[in-house]
Design a protein around this ligand. Structure first.
Ligand SMILES: Cc1ncc(COP(=O)(O)O)c(C=O)c1O
Length: 429
């Protein structure tokens, strides 16, 4: 059971947990079009709370909205600031944050271009997603009878609400069969991902994960692990993996914001390697936890520290001002987005300079050499699939006036100062 906390952020206001309700005709409840994210905030060894990779998560939330042709009235900086402030208002030093952008009630039917788009953020305490033992000992997984959506059936790069019926069915099947988690294959039969995690295998010291061109979510933890592996000198390849290659791998693990780095010790009743977490998995798991929880400060750009941000909202003692609603809710944009951003390289089908391409996999990948320090053969170019900065909003445009409406006055000046920014604490803080 989720333990309720004091406040939920809803459309620019902090409202009591019990008052955060939606109408039964909420469009997303019926048809599933909407975006969501899952973000963790950790209390680190030095006592500071860090929201891990907040900007990347909010960028993916907005990318998902873009894929869905829905437009929240808040900009990235505003949603990030709201995440920070929500933790403050709830006195939380550790949390799982769940931003949502959904289509509210209004018209019914499939085509509802004028229904309001609502944005909310909920925070709660969430321990190890697959259990503490899972992180330590590894889990038992089952290849699902359900397949991941074909890339022309749904939008795999979006974290879209309705797409998760596929994950829920796979997870239920796995749990009812006595397993901990499902592994879904794609419609061509290659390994795709877990119900809510990306998947990695290790073969002869080489780390292998399915490519972003497949039907997988572009996991932020996946990208984090690829970066860390490169730094550790572990060879990395993004290639298709077949079911038998998975069975014969030396190690396997899941990554995800919720699942963190969870070893897989068994797939379909076949032990993976020695049937316990292997050395590469443990090395990367350790490095991950050192960064999110301990004192590894090698990636300051991944942290948003709570105390580093000035609060634009009034103190908890006074209620947040009620934001005046615009006279009429703006229609969801249909047709091309107003400010198209260049797609990340990986989506645009281009390879970055110097990036080796290994589409479809190559027979040689199972003969990959053992990791040598500094001898990374990663195919992931630095900067590939990094979140794109939000587009500059032209002054006087409809969007900027919406922003003005939705942002408390004190927030606007503070937001300018945030500038995605003060990742490191001010001196003496
Ligand atoms: C289907 C799916 N794959 C992978 C992931 C892992 O993504 P991330 O590491 O960004 O949490 C998630 C979780 O969001 C997911 O739902």
């Amino acid at each position: 059971m989720v333990q309720k906390v004091s406040k939920i952020w809803f459309e620019g206001e902090f409202i009591p947990w019990d008052e955060a309700r939606v109408h039964l005709l909420t469009h997303s409840l019926h048809y599933g079009l909407g975006a969501f994210e899952g973000i963790r905030a950790y209390r680190r060894a030095d006592g500071r709370t860090s929201i891990f990779r907040l900007d990347a998560h909010i960028q993916r939330l907005l990318d998902t909205c873009r894929l869905c042709l829905i437009e929240p009235r808040f900009r990235s900086e505003e949603i990030q600031q709201a995440c920070v402030e929500l933790l403050r208002q709830n006195d939380m030093t550790e949390a799982y944050l769940r931003p949502l952008v959904f289509i509210a009630e209004g018209a019914m039917g499939i085509y509802v271009p004028n229904n309001p788009i609502h944005t909310a953020i909920v925070a709660w305490k969430w321990g190890a997603y697959l259990g503490d033992d899972a992180l330590r000992l590894g889990i038992r997984a089952k290849i699902s009878s359900w397949q991941r959506h074909h890339v022309n059936v749904s939008l795999a790069k979006g974290k879209i609400m309705g797409q998760y019926t596929n994950s829920v069915l796979a997870k239920r099947e796995a749990k009812l069969g006595g397993y901990d988690e499902a592994i879904l294959l794609d419609t061509q039969g290659y390994v795709s991902e877990g119900s809510g995690e990306n998947l990695f295998v290790v073969k002869r010291g080489c780390l292998i994960t399915p490519p972003l061109s497949g039907s997988i979510l572009a996991g932020i933890t996946r990208e984090t692990i690829l970066t860390l592996a490169r730094e550790e000198g572990i060879p990395v390849r993004e290639e298709r993996i077949t079911r038998d290659e998975l069975y014969l791998s030396d190690e396997a693990f899941f990554t995800g914001t919720a699942a963190e780095v969870t070893p897989i010790r068994e797939v379909d009743n076949r032990a993976i390697g020695a049937g316990k977490p292997g050395p590469v998995t443990l090395q990367l798991q350790q490095r991950y936890f050192d960064i999110v929880r301990e004192a590894d400060d090698s990636h300051p750009e991944w942290h948003t520290f709570l105390h580093a941000l000035a609060s634009p909202w009034p103190s908890r003692a006074c209620p947040a001002p009620r934001r005046r609603r615009p006279p009429r809710c703006p229609p969801a944009p249909l047709g091309p987005p107003r400010s198209p951003r260049p797609l990340p390289l990986a989506l645009a089908g281009k390879s970055a300079p110097g990036a080796a391409s290994t589409p479809g996999g190559s027979p040689s990948r199972w003969g990959c050499p053992m990791a040598r320090p500094g001898a990374s053969t990663t195919t992931v170019p630095p900067g590939c699939w990094r979140p794109t900065p939000p587009p500059a909003r032209p002054s006087g445009s409809g969007s900027s006036s919406k922003t003005t409406r939705s942002t408390p006055p004190a927030a606007r000046s503070a937001l300018a100062a945030i500038a995605l920014r003060s990742r490191s604490p001010p001196a003496g803080a």
